[in-house]
Design a protein around this ligand. Structure first.
Ligand code: URP
Ligand code: ZN
Ligand code: ZN
Ligand code: ZN
Length: 510
């Protein structure tokens, strides 16, 4: 395993700088169950200089120079990787309250050791967007990567996409089919973008809601005098998510390029993904924690501060959708779990106290994802190995950084959590590490606690105490042409041949 060159290091990084990332710390994690996506086994894990050196039973060490952590009765797993966050994002007239430091504190306390955030271009300009996000990320306390949103189209944007992929380690671009008047793209732009993504080996991602219909639905609610948070859910029903998901899937099929659907919130969208997969199309579906375990009844709470916390897009759906999304995750229709962590405090949410259209969209989850997934699904719905797959490994594979990330193998980065299945947790704003004064999982109780988080070989969370420094996080370059692109060339060649030989094709079919 080699560490790809780092384009930039966060300011004030540890003494070893780029490359290894370790500080000479030696750790032996002894006697636990080591879980990778392919195997759970009783083994020790030996870490040196930020990297996993050995995974096998009974590793002998010189105890004077090595910290030994007893993991008997506990699970030793790759740190979580959250594919979907928005730290310090300018959005809906304000800025998300968690930045690259408080967001990282929350993540590490919750067992997540890497995330991929969305760079938003500045007036459509990608280079300016990246500059701005490099600056925001200077206070990073854990490893991170970037996706980039595409919000306008011209030759310059197409050229910049190439530069982002070839020079800056970005291998995915997000297209918003909603947020009319700000981030929303047309079908024309989406088609151009899909074509460009394909040529670069970059994964196209979509926020799938029909933005024109959402605008119509919002006006309908206002005309009916429905201005509270419930109007948010009523104005953008699942049918609009299903429509956009189907449209994006068909356009990606037409271009013959893989597609990643972010925050799948409804049965309607999930069904479209299932259908496309059955037909052999490469579509990756990402549910988020809020969509898996919450329902929209909160939006009817008479207390605006409570109801508005749950406003995100696509909306959290009626009871029933979450269970169906969990089943889809268990059966592989949906593949990996994100958070869409996009937090606003109650003052920011109150911008929309007289008009739901002005409530900044977004919920928390970066700190809660690993615990909620464990508690709600590793209870008969998925295996421990699948837990590792959907919280870490699949993300690393999809964004082409496996097995440096997403695994505990010789040579992998030592991003590791130790989870005690017997300990209980209670979630809430008083104890969480996010800067927000609210939490959509307020009062939620469960079992299974991340007792220790190790980030690149350093114990950063232990006994409820964080030991982190701004600037110690590293940018992770993500190379193009990940596994989802394997064989695309061949299927293109087959398609082209079929166009030139229609007669033979007809005969072959007969
Ligand atoms: O409500 C949400 N999801 N806010 C974040 C922006 C996005 O659409 O992902
Ligand atoms: Zn570096
Ligand atoms: Zn979105
Ligand atoms: Zn998002």
């Amino acid at each position: 395993l080699s560490h790809p060159a780092h384009e930039f290091c966060a300011v004030g990084g540890d003494a070893s700088g780029c490359g290894g990332g370790g500080d000479g710390t030696r750790i032996l994690i002894k006697g636990g169950t080591v879980v990778n996506a392919h195997l759970a086994e009783e083994a020790d894990v030996y870490i040196e200089d930020g990297v996993v050196v050995a995974v096998r039973p009974d590793i002998p060490v010189d105890v004077d120079n090595v910290r030994v952590i007893d993991a008997t009765g506990k699970y030793v797993m790759p740190g979580g990787i959250d594919p979907h966050t928005h730290l310090e994002m300018e959005f809906m007239g304000t800025v998300t309250i968690d930045d690259f430091f408080s967001g990282h504190a929350a993540a590490l306390a919750g067992g997540t050791t890497m995330h991929i955030d969305f760079v938003i271009p500045v007036d459509g300009n990608l280079t300016a967007g990246l500059e701005s996000y490099k600056h925001k990320a200077a206070k990073a306390a854990m490893d991170y990567g970037f996706h980039m949103a595409i919000t306008k189209w011209n030759d310059e944007v197409a050229r910049e996409m190439e530069v982002m992929v070839k020079e800056h380690g970005i291998n995915s671009f997000k297209f918003f089919m909603a947020y009319k008047g700000s981030l929303m793209v047309t079908d024309d732009l989406l088609l151009q973008g899909l074509r460009k993504c394909k040529s670069l080996g970059a994964l196209a991602m979509v926020h799938a809601e029909n933005g024109d219909a959402v605008a119509e639905g919002q006006q309908r609610m206002i005309d009916l005098g429905i201005t509270g948070p419930e109007g948010h859910a009523l104005s953008r029903p699942p049918i609009l998510e299903g429509e956009a998901t189907a449209r994006a899937i068909r356009l990606a099929k037409f271009i013959n390029t893989p597609l990643y659907v972010v925050h799948v919130m409804s049965i309607d969208a999930m069904d479209e993904i299932a259908k496309a997969k059955r037909e052999g199309q490469r579509v990756i579906g990402e549910p988020v924690v809020s969509g898996l375990v919450l329902d929209d009844s909160w939006l009817w709470d008479p207390d605006f501060t409570i109801a508005s916390k749950y406003v995100m897009s696509p909306p959290i759906r009626e009871a029933g959708h979450g269970k169906a999304l969990q089943a889809a995750l268990s059966s592989g229709i949906l593949q990996l779990v994100g958070t869409d962590h996009c937090t606003f405090n109650s003052t920011q949410k109150a911008f929309g106290s007289d008009d739901f259209r002005k409530i900044p969209n977004g919920v928390n989850g970066l700190e809660e994802r690993m615990h909620i997934l464990w508690d709600s699904m590793v209870t008969g719905k998925i295996s421990v190995t699948d837990y590792v797959r959907v919280t870490s490994t699949e993300c690393a594979k999809t964004f082409n950084i496996f097995p440096r990330k997403g695994a505990i193998l010789e040579g992998s980065d030592a991003d590791i959590i130790i989870l005690n299945p017997e300990r209980s947790f209670v979630m809430g704003a008083l104890t969480h590490h996010s800067r927000s004064n609210t939490n959509v999982y307020e009062g939620r109780k469960g079992k299974g606690m991340v007792e220790i988080t190790i980030s690149r070989g350093r114990v950063v969370w232990e006994d409820g105490v964080l030991n982190i420094a701004p600037g110690s996080g590293r940018y992770v370059m993500m190379p193009p042409f990940g596994y989802v692109f394997d064989g695309i060339e061949k299927s293109d060649a087959t398609y082209r041949a079929s166009l030139r030989a229609p007669v033979q094709r007809g005969k072959a079919a007969a």
